[in-house]
Each structure stands twice: as C-alpha cells, then as structure tokens.
Design a protein around this ligand. Structure first.
Ligand SMILES: Nc1ncnc2c1ncn2[C@@H]1O[C@H](COP(=O)(O)OP(=O)(O)OP(=O)(O)O)[C@@H](O)[C@H]1O
Ligand SMILES: [Mg+2]
Length: 221
C-alpha cells in the first residue's frame, strides 16, 4: 500500500550537495507500526517528508495505493494527503492565530466535512488527548507538550489510513509519551500504517519493527 523504492534525496545548498537519503527501499504494511531511529541528521525527517509527498525524491519513487506520488500534480498530491495521510511535523506547524480546537478542525474543514460532524470529531480528539480545557487557547498560550498533542490530534482528524509522525513525543513527559505510544499502537492494530521517526527508544520499542537509519541508509532491519 505504501512503498519506498530506492529513495534518494539530495539537498542543494549553493555548490554544496547534501546526500540526506541514499537509496531507501521499504514496504510499509497495514496493522504495523514502524519506528525509524538513528542519529540526528541520518535522514528520518527527510524520509517522512517524501512518504507524505510534501517533498519529492531526487531519485526513486514513493508508491501509494499503486500510484507514484511524484507522477501526480501538486493539487492531486494535496488531495491524496488530505484523505490518506496524517503527518505530524517535528516542529508542529500549528497555525498561531487559530485556537487548539480550530487547529484540529482545519483538515476536516479542508475535506468539506459538515459543521456538526466536524464539531463532534474535534471534541472526540480533544477528549482523547486530554485537551478539553485548552480548546480555546491559542498555540502561544499552551505548553510544548500540549502543542504536540494538538499536532497529533490534527493529523488524525480525517481518520487517515496512514499516519506519519516525526518525533511525536519530543516535548512530552513520560506518562504522555506512554499514552501517545498506546494511541499510535492502537491505530496500527485497527489496520493503519503508522510510521514514526524518533530518538525515544521507549517509544520505538512499542513499534512492531524498528529500523535503524544511518547516514541516509537503512543499517539494520
Ligand atoms: N531543506 C534542507 N536543505 C538542506 N539540507 C537539509 C534540508 N533538510 C535536511 N537537510 C540535511 O539533510 C540531512 C538529514 O536531515 P533530516 O532532517 O532528515 O535528519 P533527521 O534524521 O530527521 O535528524 P533529527 O533527528 O535531528 O531530526 C541533514 O544533514 C540535514 O542537515
Ligand atoms: Mg528530524
């Protein structure tokens, strides 16, 4: 359903070339949580961005449901992402002028979900992440961990079959890290593809498979 085929990513900085990914081939299965671990700079975020289609590979392909992401137009990729992929960014990217509730609601709005259904789903997610009493706060009025939970809730809003989470517990305490791990693991059990990038080995251990990235390559499967 989701496949990385010989993915390469080179960033060009003036004359300098940074080879962030050097040939990643991997099949992501449903009902499976995969955790990518590895040193800072090993290419974890680059890989997630390619899988999400927010960036395109220099070489190689991402296949999603039999389609090559780089063969789609930008508009088509955006549509696929809205319905199929929930992406949690390492840096959250919450919209600062929206409340917690509105941030979570945004993908539902973009997908054209009716108001009543949107409100219901948003409430569900606020409850799931214990954010009910932060619903009307804006991102600068809440803690880093709360922001992180909002970012995860937003990624789940449209109930996407694929969840890509970049360091989803970087700002969380131990109890919340466990909770998020359990939530993600349960989503995998329900049949989703869950992919994590993380430095947190306790979180990684909750995954069905741990993959070590080093210098843009898979070192151990
Ligand atoms: N937009 C960019 N332009 C140039 N170089 C980049 C860009 N994004 C990432 N890189 C470089 O590519 C390499 C891989 O970066 P990436 O962010 O994928 O690593 P990472 O494994 O996610 O690291 P971390 O654990 O610190 O989040 C690094 O050397 C980084 O400096
Ligand atoms: Mg990263």
């Amino acid at each position: 359903m989701l496949q990385a085929l010989d993915l390469h990513k080179t960033y060009f900085m003036g004359k300098e070339e940074i080879h962030a990914l050097k040939g990643i081939t991997f099949s992501f299965e449903t009902e499976t949580m995969s955790a990518f671990v590895g040193p800072s700079g090993s290419g974890k975020s680059s890989l997630l961005h390619l899988l999400a289609g927010i960036d395109l590979p220099t070489k190689g392909e991402v296949h999603l449901n039999g389609k090559t992401l780089s063969g789609l137009s930008e508009a088509e990729r955006t549509r696929v992402r809205l319905r199929q992929i929930g992406l949690v960014f390492q840096r959250f990217f919450l919209l600062p002028y929206l409340t917690a509730e509105e941030n979570i609601e945004l993908p539902l709005l973009e997908a054209g979900v009716k108001r009543q259904e949107r409100k219901k789903r948003t409430r569900e997610l606020l409850n799931l992440f214990e954010l009910e009493n932060r619903a009307n706060h804006r991102p600068w009025q809440i803690s880093g961990g709360e922001k992180q939970r909002i970012a995860i809730a937003r990624a789940l809003a449209n109930n996407p079959p694929i969840i890509l989470a970049d360091e989803p517990t970087g700002e969380l305490d131990e109890a919340n890290t466990k909770r998020i791990g359990t939530i993600l693991k349960n989503l995998a059990k329900e049949g989703k593809i869950v992919v994590l990038a993380t430095h947190n080995l306790e979180l990684a251990q909750q995954a069905n498979q741990v993959i070590l990235l080093r210098d843009g390559k898979i070192e151990k499967k």
